[in-house]
Design a protein around this ligand. Structure first.
Ligand code: UD1
Length: 380
């Protein structure tokens, strides 16, 4: 019997918090016996705080990275350039069959760009999402990464249309579903009960009777003090009716202090928490009466959980969460936020349904397509 070929080596890249939940099921599927693939992991170090990184690796059982580039924070140019400089020798040394990147952060485009210029195929997971807003750094990262990718895996049907419009050959595109929802389904039974997280933070009482969950970190919402003040003022008003739990991203924490808004928050019924681990956040989301956010991933997670979501942005790159899920896009106008909030409190919000392929098996589909693709590439 001929010896079976050695598994194709795929170098997977993560950098920032939203990448970690996407890579966990991919590493598991690629490293499963018989997948025809073997995965190693590079962490760029874009997110480095224990709360932003270590808790996720441990809770999601992501293997320790084979390589940690240790890049850290900086301007977009500095951060992207440093990742590129440090990633290139890793490719020289490891010579993978392909490089896999996820999502839309600076690490995604930086590593994709280095790989494609060295003639190494690039695989993009969560391809084709478009907000239409080129002032978002993530939108630029998405468009450019998709243009230089050899295989593109999508989470929702709209993505294929976006890619076709941008001239990407349909045969490179595979609609496999959502790896972040793989992670959600895999971990839901282990989510930390909200009561435990609230008790650990010294809060019980009225928060235990029902709360809303708030996250904010987009530059467009937190970098301009006037926008941040307007948002927090309305959220403070809402908190007097529905107490809010607010895990604060490091960038937002700095901006709140710099804008002199600590007192406004202290006078509201808003529980400030440090960035939460994955299981704690999952428990908070699942049990919240509603979620207010500017995150991309949380729009999808709330749809999967059936929890009403108010998105504090003017657009979304994830329209399925609005069309089929529980999401409502309101922007930052206080009256619009209030209207959406009142609709949810009075009417319960959109019920939503599960989008196609958000079934916990996206990573398995990716592994199957990729193994076939690697076999054909070897045979050619
Ligand atoms: C990045 C992603 C964004 C993602 C978000 C999730 C890009 C362009 N943006 O934005 O898409 O939704 O991560 O968190 O890649 N900081 C720390 N500790 C850390 C990481 C960051 O203190 O571990 C602080 C630093 O002050 C840093 C700031 O947060 O300057 C912003 O971090 P950065 O990674 O540049 O971008 P994010 O805003 O987190």
């Amino acid at each position: 019997m001929p010896a079976s070929p050695s598994p194709a080596h795929i170098l997977c890249v993560v950098g920032a918090r939203p990448n970690f939940m996407k890579i966990a099921p991919i590493m598991r599927a690629f490293n499963a016996p018989g997948s025809g693939l073997s995965a190693s992991l590079v962490h760029t170090g874009q997110h480095y705080d224990a709360a932003m990184k270590h808790a996720f690796f441990e809770q999601l059982h992501i293997p320790e990275p084979d390589v940690d580039l240790g890049v850290g924070s900086g301007s977009h140019a500095v951060q992207t350039a440093q990742i590129m400089l440090k990633f290139e020798p890793v490719l020289d040394q490891r010579q993978p069959a392909a490089v896999l990147v996820v999502g839309d952060v600076n690490s995604t485009i930086a590593c994709a760009l280095v790989a494609v210029k060295k003639g190494i195929p690039v695989i993009h997971v969560e391809a084709g999402l478009r907000s239409g807003d080129r002032s978002m750094p993530e939108e630029i990262n998405r468009i450019l990464t998709d243009q230089i990718s050899d295989l593109l895996f999508t989470t929702e049907a709209s993505a294929a249309d976006n890619l076709q419009r941008e001239g990407i050959a349909p045969e490179k595109v595979f609609f496999v579903g959502n790896v972040m929802i793989d992670t959600l389904r895999y971990n839901l039974a282990d989510a930390t009960p909200a009561a435990a997280t609230l008790a650990a933070a010294g809060a019980a009482g009225e928060f235990a009777k029902g709360f809303g969950l708030l996250t904010l970190h987009r530059p467009s919402n937190v970098d301009d003090p006037a926008v941040l003040r307007r948002l927090l003022q309305e959220l403070a008003d809402i908190s007097r009716q529905t107490p809010l739990v607010f895990p604060v991203h490091p960038r937002t924490r700095d901006r709140i202090s710099a804008a002199g808004l600590d007192e406004l928050l202290a006078s509201a019924n808003i529980l400030l928490l440090p960035p939460q681990g994955y299981l704690e956040m999952l428990g908070l989301m699942r049990e919240a009466r509603l979620v207010l956010t500017d995150s991309g991933g949380i729009q999808e997670e709330t749809t999967a959980l059936g929890v009403p979501c108010i998105t504090l942005r003017e657009s979304t790159e994830r329209p399925i969460t609005v069309d089929e899920g529980t999401n409502t896009i309101v922007g930052t106008d206080p009256a619009a936020i209030r209207r959406a909030y009142t609709d949810i409190v009075n009417g319960g919000g959109k019920a939503g349904r599960q989008p196609q392929h958000w079934d916990g098996r996206a990573a398995e589909r990716i592994a199957a397509v990729l193994a076939d693709w690697c076999r054909s590439a070897r045979a050619a």
